[in-house]
Design a protein around this ligand. Structure first.
Ligand code: AMP
Length: 409
């Protein structure tokens, strides 16, 4: 079995007692008016934090939050996250304003059993996104063991993900990354058949690499969201003013041919919810066939399409879902995405939801708890599935190989 975890140590492999542990987490939660609106990522981080705490490690947690322009962008402060983590962990989480090596070292020395440190938003430091060796050196100045559990950030070569672990000898992953990779590997290594990929969302261009990879792996594709209109237009079905990527029409046409040539299933919408705009209150109606009249745009899959998709999913044994079926943020246009979430949830298959907007749609539909796995990293899970190497994992794998070589000498 080709395991993406080969050569990577997990938290179980370390002796944490009294060691300063740099714990890279993905605490990038949506925050509105100082309140966390979705704490999935916080909760997903708890098992690793608790484990290291129980083993006596001195924890320095670190994460990015949003895309601040500078350290003065206080709306991107991790303060609300520190507060909420304190409650969830029943521990004191000390927010360290600046990640200065000596100051953090000093803090860790006086850390009590029920205290841990959270560094302020890593992206307040310009060196983070530049994968700066200098910034990584600062972090390495107090790090004895490096643990990455930030799956959602592991596809980015940033200082806390890549440059830092390159400098640290003792390094590995937490439980969240371990689970994410184990689940995604099940989609790549002998998945149970039939295996159906459901792809939706705004753009084909974002999903081309994963379609390319999956075409040889899955038994069928279900296409929804705005992506579907590029396919339909490529097949000469009128799509009105729906969102279409004109420069992907040729690719879509060829893709349909290639899927057919491999004798695989491709389901596209046969009816739609259409609207004159995507805002609340714009007039909306349901078509009775695949044609979208002039002046209207497709904003969701129609009821017959949902039936077709649900029927195929009910026979599947493996399902990967990435991307909503429509503009699900608007209640009138959410039936397709929520209905699809229900069909996925009710299927007996192994069902993996690929993070991002599909995770939000699954959550909002009320069916999230019935999924086998909902990835915490939309971009990272797509990159992993399309066969790209994640910098945050590769840097940990290298360690093992060089150690083995050292051991042989
Ligand atoms: P993505 O990030 O590519 O998965 O796209 C997610 C976004 O696609 C969501 O914000 C949806 O509102 C949007 N979307 C889905 N279907 C449509 C559609 N038919 N027209 C416009 N936007 C859509």
């Amino acid at each position: 079995m080709a395991s993406g975890l080969r050569g990577i140590r997990t938290v179980r492999d370390f002796e944490f007692k009294d060691k300063v542990v740099f714990l890279r987490l993905d605490l990038n939660a949506p925050i509105e008016d100082g309140k966390i609106t979705d704490e999935t990522r916080l909760r997903a981080s708890l098992p690793t934090i608790k484990y290291i705490q129980e083993k006596g490690g001195k924890i320095v947690m670190a994460s990015h939050l949003g895309r601040p322009k500078s350290a003065n962008d206080k709306e991107f402060s991790l303060e609300p996250v520190a507060q909420r983590l304190s409650e969830l962990l029943d521990a004191e989480v000390i927010l360290a304003e600046e990640p200065l090596a000596e100051a953090i070292k000093g803090l860790t020395m006086s850390l009590k059993k029920n205290q841990m440190i959270l560094l302020e938003n890593l992206r307040f430091e310009s060196g983070e996104t530049k994968n700066s060796a200098e910034f990584a050196q600062t972090l390495a100045g107090f790090t004895q063991i490096y643990i990455n559990d930030a799956f959602g950030a592991s596809h980015r070569a940033h200082a806390s993900i890549h440059a830092l672990p390159e400098m640290v000898r003792e390094k590995g992953i937490g439980f969240l990354i371990e689970k994410e990779i184990q689940m995604l590997d099940q989609l790549l290594d002998n998945p149970k058949r039939p295996y159906i990929a459901v792809l939706g969302g705004a753009k084909i261009s974002d999903k081309i690499a994963v379609i390319e990879k999956l075409i040889d792996v899955v038994d069928g594709f279900i296409i929804g969201g705005a992506m579907a209109y590029t396919f339909l237009k490529a097949l000469e079905t009128p799509v009105g003013k729906s969102l279409v990527e004109e420069d992907r029409l040729k690719y879509s046409r060829e893709m349909v041919e290639r899927i057919k040539a491999r004798n695989k299933t491709l389901l596209l919408p046969v009816d739609h919810v259409i609207s004159t705009g995507i805002k609340d209150g714009a007039s909306a109606k349901t078509t009775t066939n695949a044609i979208i009249p002039e002046g209207w745009m497709g904003v969701d899959i129609g009821p017959q399409t949902l039936k077709n998709y649900s029927n195929l999913l009910s026979e599947a044994n493996t399902i990967f879902w990435n991307g909503p079926m429509g503009v699900f943020e608007t209640p009138e246009f959410s039936k397709g995405s929520f209905g699809l979430a229900k069909a996925v949830a009710e299927s007996k298959a192994l069902k993996v939801v690929g993070g991002g907007d599909s995770a939000a749609a699954a959550e909002a539909s009320g069916y999230a708890s019935q999924m086998s796995h909902i990835s915490t990293g939309g971009g990272a899970s797509l990159e992993y599935l399309q066969g790209d190497k994640l910098p945050g994992l590769e840097v940990l794998r290298k360690a093992k190989t060089s150690e083995k070589m050292e051991a042989k000498v």
